[in-house]
Design a protein around this ligand. Sequence first.
Ligand code: SF4
Length: 238
Amino acid sequence: MSLIGKIHSYESFGTVDGPGIRFVIFAQGCSLRCQYCHNPDTWSLEDPKILISPEALLQEVLKYKVYFQKRGGVTFSGGEPLMQAEFVKEFFKLCKKENIHTALDTSGNFMNEKVKELLEYTDLVLLDIKTINPDLHPILTGVKLENSLRFLDYLQEIKKPTWIKHVVVPTITDKATDLKALSIYLKKYSIVEKVELLPYHSIGAYKYKELNKKYALDGIPDLSKEQLEEANKIFRNT
Ligand code: SF4
């Protein structure tokens, strides 16, 4: 019997999750609890909106293949796609047979044999490093920092092209010391092709109310354009 993936939703013309125009799949389920998460409705693995086989998901993607051109493809995001590593591997395997570029958007919180197999069919990893500060990481995400860094070590070992994503949250992850530490830390990884500093926004706050959950960052303003420029300056000039 074919595997069944638990999916939250799709986006047919994504332009921010990897190169070119991409079909983005948001997996259901995540083991992190990032304070700034704007998709708390993806956390639980229960009650996914979509249940689908790798073959049927490929058929969805093929409808848009013509738009991918040379640079685009599919991105598996979440939630956390590594929680369904076997399913994503089977799906990426089918994508590679169709010559479709595959990107995995992950926090890197898991590493096991299934994840290693999935990475064999992954062209690009978008690794979300929430903070390089080991004391702050558990407060911000609910899990320790080491797993993501070990994941990055493994990506280096297998020479997997990687982009780093990092959300800059006013008063939390915008400290010059932490941004500099991240910049210095990443210099030793030759696989890192790009680092994207992303501005925090509170766009998903209303979902917490709907889910009857407390939004931890209530009152923290969105990161302004100027603050993002400043963060980029600190990061790039280190
Ligand atoms: S890893 Fe992503 S989906 Fe999971 S809690 Fe953090 S921001 Fe939300």
